[in-house]
Structures are given as structure tokens and as C-alpha cells.
Design a protein around this ligand. Structure first.
Ligand code: NAP
Ligand code: ZN
Length: 371
């Protein structure tokens, strides 16, 4: 990466003067149907509170597919070119003068957010993902410093405010850690929020990136864990990953056996499906929490909720403090993601496989292949 300082000095809302930008190699989509290809983007030179990270690994989340394909057009339209990637692990190569948490050479991770207002009620509680001004997303967000859109981790380099960077515990394998800052926290946070405890019966819908982390965490928290899958051939893996039982969700008789028995179900499915089938499996006062984000609205029959005072909820990633807690919990309990490491040149093929649910259980890009 050759570093140049552009002549233009960019200003951060009048706060800290920026000494220009530098070019970084990246993979971007030019349109919803173009696929991803090599390109060059500009990154800001680090401000005093920023760290510059040489990206070593970046996970591929199903959200990347949704976003690149503009599948969330109504809620979050895609700005092209789009550089996805919000499961980033890399090495700090520069630390600004005010940086406290990191020094050059440290490993660091960046998840789905790179900024938030910092003063609203949610930010004050460490719930930056629910920032009332909307958090700055790692990609396809509003770049408040350079202007334009933010670019994610399918790149050799990123610059972030250290407040949005996580420390990577030494015990963790860096490649298998990348998915923890999206797939990990997105499942850890609701399992904690709804207080999943030893002895409870917990369901996980879908065995993909999020689902396999949910099995690991729910098992580690002591629950009796049941996976609902559309893929019978994932049964053995599910049992190895932490499920105690596996149910083929298309099989009505298998589903009926579990009616009214769950304390909590976490739904990670990425495609349209019938959530009522899962509401009926909840006990009185049980909760079905959606983390999967299919593009079309769901139909929810009132009786599925009324009968048994059941709750239907949602959950978005997790705050920075809880993401660090997730990484620390993983280090203490020997948990990482099960990954397939790919070269960035295989990205379009990986997207095709992910679309078909054919991944074990997270693709991670080895960014050395971008050099
Ligand atoms: P993934 O690895 O592709 O896994 C999704 C799984 O959903 C598939 O492996 C499949 O599991 C299941 N599935 C697919 N089609 C289905 C269908 N028609 N009916 C039922 N199940 C189906 O995706 P991911 O990266 O884990 O992401 C999952 C979803 O969560 C995506 O929509 C993503 O955008 C969203 N997400 C949300 C947040 C958040 O903060 N809430 C954060 C990250 C991602 P089986 O083969 O086992 O059925
Ligand atoms: Zn994600």
C-alpha cells in the first residue's frame, strides 16, 4: 500500500484537522448485479483518536449479500460502489496521539459500527447500536468525516475511532475471531438480554453464521438447545456445535412434538419463512426474537401471541462494551467461529454458496490475497 497525502485537508466537523487521505485496495460492487471486483478507495489518515488497521481477515455476513443485492431497498438502500465487510480483524499499524487502548502491532477488531452520537440515552448506556441519531455503520453508512459513504472490511486497510475498535484476546485465533464481532455479538446479546439460563429450553432457527454461534453460546450458558433447520444434512454438525436436539422445520410432526415447550427461540433465518410456526412452540410468556432480516414483511397472526401471552421481539448486533464482553467470554471459554478461509478472488463464488446455505459455517477472507 503506497501512502500519499492528498493536498486537500479534510475537516472533521471543525474538530480535528485531517491530513488528507491515502489509497487502499478493496473489493467493491458497482451495482446490485455486478458482482464484486478489485477497486481502489480512499481512507482518511488517522486523526488523534483514530487507529489505522492493516486488515488481516474479514468475515462474510449474509447482510453483505442483502446489502450488495439492494435487498433492503426500503429500509437501507445501497449506495454504490459498495465495499461490504463488518467482521474485521487486523493489526494496528498507526495509532493517533490521543489513542489509549491500542499501540502499533496490537490486534484489533471492528464490527458493524464505526461511530454514534455518543450522547443520547442509548449511547450513554453503551447501546450505540440503538443510537437515536442512528449509528454510523461500517459500510453503506454516512461517513461523517470524509463525507459520502463508509467503506467496509473487504479492503487492505481501515481507519477507525479507537472507541469503536475491540481488543482481540491473545488466546483467540484471529481468522476465527473475525465473525465474533457480528455473528457472535448478534447472538450473544439477545441470549444475555432475555436471560437464557441453565435448564431452560432454547431454540435456534437456521444453521448458518449466526445460528452456529447461537448454538455455541446457548450451550455454554447451560440451556437445553434445539436447532430448527431446513437442511437435514446439518444434523451431525449441529450436535457437535452445541445442539442437544435437531428438528427438521419442514416436518410438521417433528415440530408438533415441541409445541408450547420453549422459553426462548432465536430466529436467524435469512430468507422469508413462517414465524408463526415458532410462536406456537413457545411456553406461556416465552419470547421469539428475530435477528435474521429477510427483506419482506412477515405476517403474524394475533392468536399466536395472545394465546400464552407470548412475545415477538427483535435485536440488533450489540454495543461496543458487550462486543468486548463477547470476545472476552469467547477467550475464557475457548469459543470461536467455524470458518472456511477463502482468497478474495473467490468472493463471488462464496456469495453464491452462501445464498444456497452452503457454508460451514462462516466464510472468512484471508486479506493477504489482496496484496
Ligand atoms: P447464513 O450464514 O446464510 O445463515 C442463514 C441460515 O438461514 C441458513 O444457513 C439456513 O439454515 C437458514 N435459512 C435459509 N433460508 C431459509 C428459509 N427459507 N427458511 C428457513 N431458514 C432458512 O446467514 P447469517 O450471516 O447467519 O445471517 C442470517 C440473517 O441475520 C441475515 O438475514 C442477516 O442479514 C441477519 N443479520 C442480522 C443481524 C442483526 O443485528 N439483527 C446481524 C447480522 C446478520 P438451515 O440450512 O439450517 O435452514
Ligand atoms: Zn453481519
Amino acid at each position: 500500500m503506497s501512502e500519499t497525502t492528498s493536498s486537500a485537508s479534510v475537516r472533521d466537523g471543525g474538530h480535528s484537522p485531517l491530513q488528507g487521505t491515502y489509497p487502499a485496495k478493496a473489493y467493491s460492487a458497482q451495482s446490485a448485479t455486478s458482482g464484486l471486483a478489485a477497486s481502489s478507495i480512499q481512507r482518511r489518515n488517522p486523526r488523534p483518536q483514530d487507529i489505522q488497521i492493516e486488515i488481516l481477515y474479514c468475515g462474510i455476513c449474509h447482510s453483505d449479500l442483502h446489502q450488495v443485492g439492494n435487498e433492503w431497498e426500503g429500509a437501507a438502500p445501497t449506495v454504490y460502489p459498495c465495499v461490504p465487510g463488518h467482521e474485521i480483524v487486523g493489526r494496528v499499524v498507526k495509532a493517533g496521539s490521543a489513542v489509549k487502548k491500542f499501540k502499533e502491532g496490537d490486534l484489533s477488531a471492528v464490527g458493524c459500527m464505526v461511530g454514534s452520537c455518543g450522547v443520547c440515552a442509548s449511547c450513554s448506556e453503551g447501546l450505540e447500536q440503538y443510537c437515536e441519531q442512528f449509528p454510523v455503520l461500517t459500510y453503506n453508512g454516512e461517513d461523517k468525516v470524509l463525507g459520502g459513504v463508509t467503506y467496509g472490511g473487504y479492503s487492505e486497510s481501515i481507519v477507525v475511532d479507537e472507541a469503536f475498535a475491540l481488543r482481540v484476546p491473545n488466546e483467540l485465533d484471529p481468522a476465527a475471531t473475525a465473525p465474533l464481532v457480528c455473528a457472535g455479538i448478534t447472538t450473544y446479546s439477545p441470549l444475555r438480554h432475555w436471560n437464557v439460563l441453565k435448564g431452560q429450553k432454547v431454540g435456534v432457527v437456521g444453521l448458518g453464521g449466526l445460528g452456529h454461534m447461537a448454538l455455541k453460546f446457548a450451550n455454554a450458558f447451560g440451556a437445553h438447545v434445539v436447532l430448527f433447520t431446513t437442511s437435514r444434512n446439518k444434523t451431525e454438525d449441529a450436535l457437535r456445535l452445541g445442539a442437544h436436539e435437531v428438528v427438521l422445520s419442514k416436518n410438521e410432526a417433528e415440530m408438533r412434538k415441541h409445541a408450547g415447550s420453549f422459553d426462548f427461540i432465536l430466529d436467524t433465518a435469512s430468507a422469508d419463512h413462517d414465524c408463526n410456526a415458532y410462536l406456537n412452540l413457545l411456553k406461556r410468556d416465552g419470547t421469539l426474537t428475530l435477528v435474521g432480516a429477510p427483506s419482506h414483511p412477515m405476517s403474524v397472526p394475533a392468536f399466536g401471541l395472545i394465546m400464552g401471552r407470548r412475545q415477538l421481539a427483535g435485536s440488533l448486533i450489540g454495543g461496543i462494551r458487550e462486543t468486548q464482553e463477547t470476545l472476552n467470554f469467547c477467550a475464557e471459554n475457548g469459543i470461536t467461529a467455524d470458518i472456511e478461509l477463502i482468497r478474495i478472488q473467490q468472493i463471488n463464488e462464496a456469495y453464491e454458496r452462501l445464498r444456497k446455505g452452503d457454508v460451514k459455517y462462516r466464510f472468512v477472507i484471508d486479506m493477504a490475497s489482496l496484496k
